[in-house]
Write a protein that binds this ligand. Structure first.
Ligand code: SF4
Length: 472
């Protein structure tokens, strides 16, 4: 039987990647099979992100390419999903009339229905303003998904964000925070582990405020409960699922990193020794202008508390350089925080305005691009220093690796990841499959990654080998 084929292009963050898994799961349940080459697909989905720079230009360029394909094969269906679809909705159809379906972040569950309806009745734009408080549709993890790996899985614990960071479009496109019920998450974690998953990553825009809306709702219904985040409890409960070896989460907000979360991390063996805590800037004035809700000192205190409680904790962060109004003095404070933070790694971005955000309105305060580039390089030097030092410190140590598969750049090597989220390349070992755990001696530090040698296989993969579905 010849099945129809689909191709999804994903832009942006893990939340989008997880939404893509969900769209893929729905399409496969509808009988479609994945295909690597977009030109061979019958259904093409672009899952967009408006956080990245020039996201709209890139989308329209891609849609321009697809117009040729659509002219040659009018039966091909093209759908645009994700944050940019949520934000620009009608504009997309106006500028690219060959698009069949536009759907937003709150109705991903409708992907297949919309494609069917569009085939019958013509193009559709369906974008909902807010997520429905219906667990079966609001959360990627609650729907059938086609996971990219069999041994690791994401689990969305919360959608939306209640904060108002001046540079960020997320609250506008993903809506207010909505947490998935606690017991459902723990049950899903059990199901994933039963299916062979060894590592789960909890996903949310501000994971450590998880559950605040749930306790608030209970209070409104008359229950005598304290309104509080439930994230620490969730870490313990999911981390306690028998058979789960590694639990990660991303991203927490520094202002909501509570002491009980640090204690839960320290006391739950499955929780990995890695904290990604986005700081964004080191100047208190810049942090206030960003509406981040903490100072540089407060941030460093929290990092110090986490390091004191959790042995061998790797800490990574995000920085935005050249935020509107950032002076040389502000930036020097960012450099000081970067040095004091001794980060294992940092994602660094030069500020670029996102239409619809508060910061984008501050055009007269924009930092000259050349100045921002120069600052970026100075920050990179500071981060490189601490990250190289952290990598060097691991040389000679024995590390536990979760094997991810063949190295993408060298066929003679395999890639694994430590609990601290460090990438380690090791010489290929016959029979060592993705999903296995192995111990390795670290022999060399190479900037962004480490080189190691396998000492012994600690555990075989727990998942069954998947027989690939091949579209013919
Ligand atoms: S916490 Fe701030 S940066 Fe993160 S999603 Fe919410 S508004 Fe955006």
């Amino acid at each position: 039987m010849v099945s129809k084929k689909y191709h999804i292009t994903t832009y942006g963050c893990q939340m989008n990647e997880h939404d893509t898994e969900r769209i893929a799961g729905l399409l496969e349940a509808d009988g479609l099979a994945p295909v690597a080459n977009v030109a061979d697909a019958d259904v093409i989905v672009l899952n967009t992100c408006c956080i990245r720079e020039n996201a709209d230009n890139k989308l329209y360029a891609k849609l321009g390419d697809l117009k040729v394909l659509k002219t040659e094969r009018p039966d091909v269906q093209i759908a645009v999903a994700g944050c940019l679809a949520q934000k620009d909705r009608d504009t997309i159809r106006e500028r690219a009339k060959h698009v069949d379906v536009v759907f937003g972040t709150h109705n991903v569950h409708r992907a297949v229905d919309l494609l069917h309806e569009a085939r019958e009745n013509g193009p559709i734009v369906e974008v909902l303003e807010a997520a429905a408080r219906d667990d079966a549709v609001a959360f990627p993890s609650a729907l059938q998904a086609r996971r990219e790996t069999d041994f690791a899985s994401w689990m969305t614990i919360q959608v939306g964000c209640d904060n108002s960071c001046a540079f960020c479009i997320v609250p506008a496109v993903r809506g207010p925070e909505l947490s998935r019920p606690f017991d459902d998450l723990v049950n899903d974690a059990r199901l994933l582990v039963d299916a062979g998953v060894s590592e789960i990553t909890l996903l949310g825009q501000n994971v450590n405020s998880y559950g605040r809306d749930l306790t608030l709702a209970q209070r409104r219904e008359g229950a005598d409960v304290r309104v509080r985040p439930l994230f620490a409890d969730l870490l313990r409960a999911v981390g306690g699922v028998e058979g789960l070896s590694r639990l990660r989460y991303t991203s927490p907000h520094p202002k909501d990193l509570r002491p009980e979360t640090i204690v839960a991390m320290a006391e739950t063996p499955a929780v990995c020794e890695h904290l990604h805590l986005p700081v964004q800037a080191g100047s208190d004035a810049t942090l206030a202008a960003m509406h981040r809700g903490y100072t540089g000192d407060r941030y460093l205190e929290r990092v110090a508390a986490a390091r004191a409680a959790i042995d061998d904790l790797a800490v990574t962060t995000d920085f935005i350089v050249g935020f509107p109004g950032e002076t040389e003095t502000d930036f020097e404070q960012t450099l000081e925080l970067a040095a004091a933070g001794e980060f294992d790694a940092a994602y660094m971005f030069i500020y670029s305005a996102r239409p619809g955000t508060e910061a984008a309105e501050r055009e007269s305060d924009f930092v000259e691009h050349q100045v921002a580039v120069e600052r970026y390089e100075r920050l990179r030097t500071v981060i490189k220093r601490s990250s190289s030092m952290k990598h060097e410190q691991r040389v000679g140590r024995i590390e536990e690796l979760l094997i991810e598969g063949a190295s993408k750049s060298d066929a003679a090597r395999m890639t694994g990841r430590t609990r601290q989220n460090k990438v380690v390349h090791v010489p290929k070992v016959d029979g060592l499959r993705p999903g296995a755990f192995a111990s390795a001696r670290i022999v060399e530090s190479k900037g962004h990654y480490l080189l190691g040698e396998i000492i012994e296989v600690l555990a075989a993969p727990r998942h069954k080998v998947r027989i690939p579905v091949v579209a013919t």
